[in-house]
Design a protein. Structure first.
Ligand SMILES: [Zn+2]
Length: 262
């Protein structure tokens, strides 16, 4: 029962991320010894200041902790920094009391041989929560590496859309994201910025950015009135929503030549 006692679990953790993966597989195998739904119920544990080992041998991670009084989201690392590495879930629940909302989601962690497909680094027990399983490409990435890669790819596609419209020497400056509650200007908040695009010879600028599944194109700063009567999308005299980069390029071809010259 070493996988289900405080001392036993601590022993697994002395072998780092490899030990943690072995613990997860031992717990899972034990819980699933008998076919579902007749599973063996294990004890539940709060481990490594972030994870819950549930009674069915599954792993959960805390994604958010919110103060019920102030409604503020708290820093998970800071909040749990004095917690012991392995505590029974009842003790954890007592510590949390009724003052906080905890959000968790079922998760998995990389193995000791897995590496970030983008930067090539491995993970440890301390930073394995920064790993994200990309089920589409079936690979592990740092959440941050993956975010920066997507952000760069979106900016490259924006630039290509301007290129295709015939405007190569534009200047792209990050600006506040007007769709998300985070502004996207801080690389650590995982949200992308929008961009101010200066086009040579054109008065003022165009503002572009992803808004859910459309690209917001806004030329209100220029003042030119341009309409797309044939397009059944959200638009007004100074703004249109493009479904993808091709549409964006198509709209830019019409918008830019009609902008007031600087
Ligand atoms: Zn990485």
């Amino acid at each position: 029962m070493k996988y289900d006692t405080q001392e036993g679990i601590k022993k697994y953790l002395t072998n780092g991320i490899q030990g943690f993966n072995l613990l997860l597989s031992d717990r899972h195998n034990q819980a699933h010894k008998r076919p579902w739904p007749d599973l063996e119920r294990l004890n539940e544990w709060f481990v490594l200041s972030r994870y819950r080992l549930d009674c069915f041998g599954q792993l959960w991670v805390i994604t958010e902790i919110q103060d019920k009084t102030t409604h503020k989201y708290l820093d998970i690392n800071e909040f749990f920094k004095n917690f012991s590495s392995v505590i029974p879930i009842d003790s954890f629940n007592e510590c949390i009391s009724d003052n906080f909302w905890i959000t968790t989601s079922m998760t998995r962690v990389p193995g000791d041989l897995d590496e970030c497909n983008i930067c090539g680094e491995h993970w440890t027990l301390e930073d394995m929560h920064t790993a994200e399983w990309d089920s589409y490409n079936e690979e592990w990435n740092h959440k941050r590496c993956s975010y920066l890669k997507t952000r760069k790819s979106h900016l490259d596609h924006f630039k290509m859309a301007f290129d295709h419209a015939g405007y190569r020497c534009c200047d792209f400056t990050p600006t506040k994201n007007e769709y998300h509650n985070k502004d996207g200007l801080n690389e650590d908040d995982g949200c992308e910025p929008w961009y101010i695009v200066d086009i040579p010879g054109v008065l003022n600028f165009i503002k572009i950015g992803w808004r859910k599944n459309v690209i917001n194109i806004d030329w209100s700063y220029n003042g030119a009135i341009i309409n797309f009567p044939e397009e059944n999308v959200t638009q007004n005299d100074h703004l249109i929503h493009a479904y993808g980069y091709d549409k964006m390029g198509e709209y830019l071809k019409k918008i830019i030549p009609n902008l007031i010259k600087g």
